[in-house]
Design a protein around this ligand. Structure first.
Ligand SMILES: N[C@@H](CCC(=O)N[C@@H](CS)C(=O)NCC(=O)O)C(=O)O
Length: 202
């Protein structure tokens, strides 16, 4: 399998963590790829019409995207404890938590593009505040919920960990820890996992 990723991408990090947590990493050829919404990557465009990472090519099966689909696909390939619960309330809770994390990441990545891609004269303060509101609300929800996670590190927790790693990487000045002590404590623990250490954003 071939994975188009970038070490800075939090969505690609989800996939890379799942690959490591499930013991599948050795079977995946990780291709470091530069993407930009304003400079389409021609090679990636041939695989994924959305021209986004992560994208996974699976021999004989075609190409998969986005991160949620790739993570669930990888989870179907290993015999260990599932990272996506199979059915019932636990599954919906896990998928909703993943969606919460993905939504925070969408807002954070859009904020990042606003700061580094959009020409300064075209930036719009209200739009940036709207994205920040989603990040703040999402972090508060994670902070309220994390006490109930125990030592689970399934798809929802993996996504939450990628959110916090990305905020440290791109928005360190926002100091998400101070207003979210429970989340900070949870993150200090999971950040020690080998899968997290091996995929630190760069
Ligand atoms: N919903 C997608 C989001 C992926 C995404 O936004 N990736 C960014 C990099 S972090 C990207 O490829 N951006 C290039 C673009 O927007 O054209 C997922 O979960 O995989």
């Amino acid at each position: 399998m071939r994975l188009w990723y970038n070490p800075a991408s939090p969505f690609a990090r989800k996939v890379r963590i799942v690959a490591r947590e499930t013991g599948l990493a050795e079977g995946i050829d990780e291709v470091n790829t530069v993407v930009s919404p304003v400079k389409p990557n021609a090679e990636l465009a041939r695989e994924n019409p959305l021209i986004k990472i992560p994208t996974l090519a699976v021999p004989g099966e075609g190409t998969l995207y986005d991160s949620a689909v790739i993570c669930e696909y990888l989870d179907s390939l290993h015999p260990g404890a599932p990272l996506f619960p199979g059915a019932g309330a636990e599954r919906w809770r896990a998928l909703r938590l993943q969606a919460l994390g993905d939504g925070i990441l969408d807002a954070a990545v859009l904020m990042r593009y606003e700061g580094v891609v959009r020409p300064e004269a075209l930036r719009w303060g209200d739009w940036i505040s709207g994205q920040l509101e989603k990040i703040r609300g999402g972090l508060s929800a994670l902070d309220r919920e994390c006490a109930g996670w125990g030592d689970r590190f399934a798809i929802g927790q993996i996504t939450a960990a990628c959110v916090l790693g990305y905020l440290d990487f791109r928005f360190a000045e926002q100091d998400w820890r101070a207003p979210h002590p429970a989340l900070a404590q949870w993150y200090a623990g999971v950040a020690q996992r080998p899968s997290m250490k091996a995929t630190l954003p760069q």
